[in-house]
Structures are given as structure tokens and as C-alpha cells.
Design a protein around this ligand. Sequence first.
Ligand code: AMP
Length: 114
Amino acid sequence: MPDDCLFCRIAGGAIPTDFEHEDDRVVAFRDINPQAPTHILIVPKRHIATVNDLAADDADLVGHMMLTARSLAENEGIAGPGYRLVVNCNPDGAQSVYHIHLHLMGGRQLRGLG
Ligand code: AMP
């Protein structure tokens, strides 16, 4: 676990954070700068810097992140109205924390990407 990785420190408990969900593989907590009424980050406990660093045998972990997001969306009451899941990668993708995370955003009408 890199000592200087913010999300490793949050996931490992070094930075006290209220988790919306925790299991053996992921934690989920509210974004510090929310872009929507619900904005939760789903973060693997294991350090993986970017999507480019995922291995083939991480497929189950990535699927677990998405299913965790769906469950959180249900808890937040936004599953029916809808929500957005986003993963940013590297500078052109506007990634700012280099430990992969899935953004769950909803609770308002989001603008289309087109
Ligand atoms: P990204 O730009 O995709 O790397 O997203 C990183 C996200 O982490 C941003 O939306 C930040 O607002 C969020 N963030 C940064 N520091 C914290 C923190 N200490 N607690 C919760 N969210 C954070």
C-alpha cells in the first residue's frame, strides 16, 4: 500500500472517513466535492493506480465495484430515477487521484455527454 496514496490511507483507516459501504474488497464514501446530491466513490482496498493498470484477473473486482454502486444507488433512492457511473483515467480523462475509483452520481438531472 503506497503510504502517499490518499485513497489507500482512507481505505486503510489512516484518515477517518464515514463509509457508506465496506467489505473485504471495497469501501465507498461520499465525495468531498460533490457534483450531484448523491456523489459516492467506490474504491478498491487494493492499490491500483489507473484503469490501465488493471489485470485480466481484476475483472471480478471491477464487476464487484459496479454491483456495489448499483446497491448504493438503491439505498440512495436513485436507482429508479437514474444515475451515472464514471471512471476517469489519466490526465486527459481528468483523473486526479491515482487509485482507481468509480463515481456514483445522481439525485438530479445530469447533462448528456453529447
Ligand atoms: P478523479 O478526478 O476521478 O480522480 O476523482 C477524484 C475525486 O476524489 C474527486 O471528485 C475529489 O473531489 C475526490 N476527493 C479528493 N479527496 C477526497 C477526500 N479526502 N474524501 C473524499 N473525496 C475526495
